[in-house]
Design a protein around this ligand. Structure first.
Ligand SMILES: Cc1ncc(COP(=O)(O)O)c(C=O)c1O
Ligand SMILES: [Zn+2]
Length: 481
């Protein structure tokens, strides 16, 4: 394998950790120098190998490295860090939701990864690579650092903590811009946590300065090993859909644009190897409050497109609140490749309001899902894409819920309690709000309390009156005797 520069096309060996091109400073992607050997087997044989591999009990091959030959073939099995990542469920939406979307679709719940977001895929890859460098004596006593909107730091701290004591981690978070649940994660994993004034883009600059001047391992998606691991999302979608990608649409939210890069790269690799015979349509979704990628592609003429970083405004899709995505050069390069290989435009971008994001998240979760706000964004994006004619009713979509609903429950709470700050531009809908009801029938003289249980007639009275009050509230009818 080698690093490949997207700016000057130079290549560099993987014996050292590189983030940007030493020659021109552009971002890198990893390439398999012997990828033609993958064509030595037929697509059918590959599909059989990957399907048989599902039955193996070797931990190293249970997670994202089920696709070892496509992810990091140089990483020996004994260096692979497996913490249970990958193979997240693909759950078909119920009739109510499919009707709302106007088409068949599935959620892929990447919130069911170990640190409750898709970031674990990339960290499994990046930390397995670091583990390999440590085991082969190339580096020692690593300090892994990253800037994060919350989920990256949770994943980085978790995977680094597994490699104690040779790897330690430090994370930089925008002060007040990650949820309490996300903040608790790196703290619990024992990372050094720094809160920095400003937004993610500011934290990113500090981390870059740290990695340029000091001896640290950068774990942001600038690190091409992260992208490589996140490609597993596409491999799993393909495998779970029996490798049939015709008329399929994959919808992902975009922040720093690492995820959509990886998703395109993954499908392209499976396509090149003949494992899939069609490339699925890709729809990238951004919020109106942070839409630099969407804005770039609004210009139909590729030659006239100019990338303009923007100042992100507050978004409930907080992890995607990024105005200057690090992976933009990767997106541009891969969108070109993807459309070229497909022989027509197959990558699309759409933009949704904060209101749509929040409403869609709540509606999804009222219909059996555990979507985070970004999962709301992908559903909103799918509905938009249908309306805009980018996708059609005879297609099937797989939409990404990139994290677990619980990580972002604070937004749900604010919506339910009519406390959404004005800057989000969200008006809570009564029919989507919910609140607990405190039930203490007025006629009751005594109720149980911790350390003071009731007994006898007082207890029976408490149970009877409370049950009756709930039945009245729910307008329950009496059971037939
Ligand atoms: C939950 C969640 N969704 C979406 C994103 C956006 O992914 P990317 O930055 O790779 O575009 C992130 C990244 O921080 C995230 O944590
Ligand atoms: Zn270069």
């Amino acid at each position: 394998m080698s690093y490949h520069c997207l700016g000057c096309s130079e290549t560099f060996g993987i014996e050292q950790l590189l983030y940007t091109c030493p020659a021109c400073g552009e971002v890198l992607l990893l390439q398999d120098l012997e990828k033609n050997r993958l064509k030595g087997l037929s697509g059918e044989t590959w599909r059989d190998i990957l399907d048989y591999r599902r039955m193996l009990k070797i931990p190293a091959l249970k997670g994202i490295y089920r696709f070892h030959e496509f992810i990091g073939p140089v990483i020996p099995l004994d260096a692979i860090v497996y913490l249970g990542e990958g193979h997240t469920p693909i759950v078909e939406a119920n009739a109510t939701l499919q009707e709302a979307a106007g088409m068949r679709f599935f959620y892929k719940n990447d919130g069911q990864n170990p640190s409750a977001s898709f970031k674990d895929r990339g960290m499994a890859s990046a930390l397995s690579y670091i583990h390999y460098l440590v085991k082969s004596g190339r580096v020692e006593n690593i300090l892994a650092v990253c800037a994060s909107t919350g989920d990256t730091s949770a994943a980085a701290a978790l995977y680094a903590s597994y490699l104690q004591p040779s790897v330690k981690s430090a994370v930089l978070l925008p002060h007040g811009k990650v949820t309490p649940q996300q903040l608790s994660q790196p703290l619990g994993s024992g990372a050094s946590v720094f809160e920095i004034p400003g937004l993610f883009d500011d934290c990113m600059k500090v981390v870059e300065a740290l990695s340029e001047k000091y001896n640290v391992a950068l774990l942001n998606s600038k690190n091409a090993w992260r992208i490589l691991g996140q490609e597993s999302y596409s491999y799993e979608v393909a495998q779970d859909l029996e490798y049939e990608m015709k008329n399929k649409v994959v919808v992902v939210p975009i922040g720093n644009a690492g995820n959509i890069t990886a998703v395109m790269a993954g499908f392209l690799k499976f396509f090149e190897a003949g494992i899939i015979t069609d490339l699925p349509k890709i729809v990238g979704v951004q919020s109106e409050h942070a839409n630099p990628v969407y804005s770039y592609y609004l210009e139909p003429d590729a030659k006239k497109r100019r990338f303009e970083p923007m100042t992100a405004k507050p978004s409930v899709a907080q992890a995607a609140m990024i105005g200057n995505p690090v992976s933009m050069p990767r997106v541009i390069s891969l969108v070109n490749q993807y459309n070229q290989r497909a022989g027509k435009q197959m990558v699309f971008f759409t933009c949704v309001t904060e209101q749509e994001i929040m409403d869609c998240q709540l509606v999804a979760n009222r219909n059996g899902h555990i979507a985070c706000t970004h999962g709301g964004e992908t559903l909103a994006g799918l509905i938009r894409a249908r309306k805009e004619g980018l996708v059609h009713s005879d297609e099937t979509a797989i939409i990404d819920s990139t994290a677990h609903a619980l990580k972002f429950s604070g937004f749900q709470e604010m919506y339910f309690e009519d406390r959404m700050p004005a800057e989000y531009g969200i008006t809570p809908k009564k029919e989507l709000q919910n609140a607990p009801v405190f039930m203490r029938p007025e006629g009751l003289k005594e109720v149980p309390a911790p350390g003071a249980p009731l007994s006898g007639e007082a207890f029976r009275e408490f149970v009877r009156q409370t049950a009756d009050a709930i039945a009245e509230k729910l307008t329950l009818s009496l059971r037939e005797k």
